[in-house]
Design a protein around this ligand. Structure first.
Ligand SMILES: [Fe+2]
Ligand SMILES: [Fe+2]
Length: 202
């Protein structure tokens, strides 16, 4: 199966990551692991924020509480990998990709719309991370790292599904699907913009 078709089938993403990205990743493993570490850390803190903001939504709280632990566990695994290799955890970079997603969130309007967009932002980040980890696991020459990234890929795919499921728990399926289609379409534009500018995305 060709990868772009595969990507669409698994995650609904409309645009695969630039294949050159894997080579870049190999050149600067320290930078990739650093970005990855912060990405896991942010995933944990974002889940905590959702729990704080939507404490009245019992299912959300119950389902996201263990994800916080899992994402923090991911952060620790990446950190361990950095130190094992004699590398350093670098500084956190400005995350243009996530910022562009946040810009797309509906800010005013009905609280349900804001809630939905927050869940879909999480779903999008998980989906794109999953796709990137898949590419890393298939493209890296180091078999240990290939396996390392495969584990993350599987876990993030599960999270992507969880955020979509949560959205469908609280909001009509039709509404979720329609908005998700808009997100997918918009993400293509974000990816194109970032690629033109040559920005790395975790
Ligand atoms: Fe993770
Ligand atoms: Fe995740």
């Amino acid at each position: 199966m060709d990868l772009s078709q595969d990507t669409k089938n698994i995650l609904g993403l409309q645009l695969p990551t630039d294949p050159r990205w894997v080579n870049l990743a190999e050149i600067s493993l320290e930078a990739i692991l650093t970005d990855h570490a912060y990405c896991e850390q942010k995933a944990a803190t974002s889940c905590i924020s959702l729990i704080q903001r939507y404490s009245d939504k019992e299912k959300l709280v119950i389902e996201l509480a263990p994800i916080v632990t899992e994402e923090w566990g991911h952060f620790r695994l990446v950190l361990q990998e950095i130190h094992k290799r004699g590398l350093k955890l670098g500084k956190q970079r400005k995350d243009e990709y996530v910022n562009a997603l946040i810009d797309f969130q509906s800010k005013g309007g009905h609280p349900d719309d804001r809630f939905l967009d927050q869940l879909l932002t999480m779903a999008m980040i998980e989906a794109r991370s999953c796709e990137r980890f898949k590419r890393l696991s298939e493209g890296l020459n180091d078999p240990y790292l290939a396996k390392f990234y495969r584990r993350f890929m599987e876990s993030e795919a599960g999270h992507y599904t969880l955020f979509i499921d949560l959205a469908e728990t609280y909001l009509p399926k039709e509404k979720v699907r329609k908005r998700w289609a808009e997100w997918l379409e918009h993400e293509v534009e974000i990816m194109k913009q970032l690629e033109i500018r040559g920005d790395r995305i975790h």
